[in-house]
Design a protein around this ligand. Structure first.
Ligand code: CO8
Length: 261
């Protein structure tokens, strides 16, 4: 199924595979692509057959080489702000999808591309991937929450260095500073991403979704509020059949079979 001009979307046994598909522009995010991503995120959020999402870019060269510079070039201040707000809203939606989202970063993840990868829960990079926030080389700041998510992921000092210099770093350096979870050989990227998706899918789905919500809620608030939220979701798990199954399986020394109920 693809009702989208700039995205490919397929469902593969519980995995929703989203591919940004503008290879001639290195998958740069223009307004139309962001609007399509927004629409697709709404569809995925409602689709209970999808347990994990994998997001990648088409072609061998780029995940996403940024927001579309050609389209941005002549924007006014107000148009720039509105474009930034659109990107921020779409990335917030991706960050808060009920399902875990894995970015399989197959190449350049620059500017808006790095910001998109950071809105995903987990990043797996091909050993050919490159990351950076080169906006200052174009006379702008990041506008899709890069100043915020990068600092939260890699800390204040490292994020400021990347933001001020516009330096582009390779996958190993991104791994070293905690920007990515794993580095895979380019030809094994999707296999590694699928293996992680399958492992997550074998766990109790409601518990996984509640972990996601608790981490996201907690990082947006203070520790006291975060732990209070955790107590609530922890309690909620005891209302699920999967909690009974998980603990019975442990006691009976067998593998748990979760239903997502
Ligand atoms: N936007 C539009 N087109 C792009 C972009 C982009 N971000 N990146 C690449 N392209 C296009 C090129 O123009 C080229 O098109 P054509 O063939 O028609 O000339 C095609 O993709 C292939 O690119 P290159 O020939 O440049 O390929 P190279 O292998 O020589 O270089 C690079 C690859 C290094 C990735 C290079 O393309 C590059 O530097 N791209 C731009 C990277 C960048 O600066 N990204 C940040 C953009 S700004 C941003 O993302 C801000 C987000 C927040 C916005 C908020 C708005 C208010």
């Amino acid at each position: 199924m693809s009702e989208f001009a700039n995205l490919l979307f397929e469902k593969q046994e519980g995995i929703g595979l989203v591919t940004i598909n503008r290879p001639k522009a290195l998958n740069a995010l223009n307004q139309a692509t962001l609007e399509e991503l927004d629409k697709l995120a709404d569809l995925i959020a409602k689709d209970t057959d999808i347990k994990v999402v994998i997001l990648t870019g088409s072609g061998e060269k780029a995940f996403v080489a940024g927001a579309d510079i050609t389209e941005m070039q002549h924007k006014t201040a107000i148009e720039g702000r509105n474009f930034g707000k659109l990107g921020q809203a779409v990335f917030n939606k991706i960050e808060n999808l009920p399902q875990p989202v894995i970015a399989a970063v197959n190449g350049f993840a620059l500017g808006g591309g790095c910001e998109l990868a950071m809105s995903c829960d987990i990043r797996i990079a091909s050993d050919r991937a490159k990351f950076g926030q080169p906006e200052v080389t174009l006379g702008i700041t990041p506008g899709f929450a890069g100043t915020q998510r990068l600092a939260r992921l890699v800390g204040k000092g490292r994020s400021k260095e990347l933001l001020y210099t516009g330096d582009v770093i390779d996958a190993n350096e991104a791994y070293r500073i905690g920007l990515v979870n794993k580095v895979a050989a380019a030809d094994e990227l999707m296999t590694v991403a699928r293996a992680m998706a399958e492992k997550i899918m074998s766990r109790a789905p409601i518990a996984v979704q509640l972990c996601k919500a608790a981490v996201n809620e907690g990082l947006d608030t203070d520790l006291e509020t975060g732990v209070a939220y955790e107590a609530e979701v922890f309690g909620l798990c005891f209302a699920t059949a999967d909690q009974k199954e998980g603990m019975s399986a442990f006691v009976e020394k067998r593998k748990a079979s979760f239903q997502g109920k």
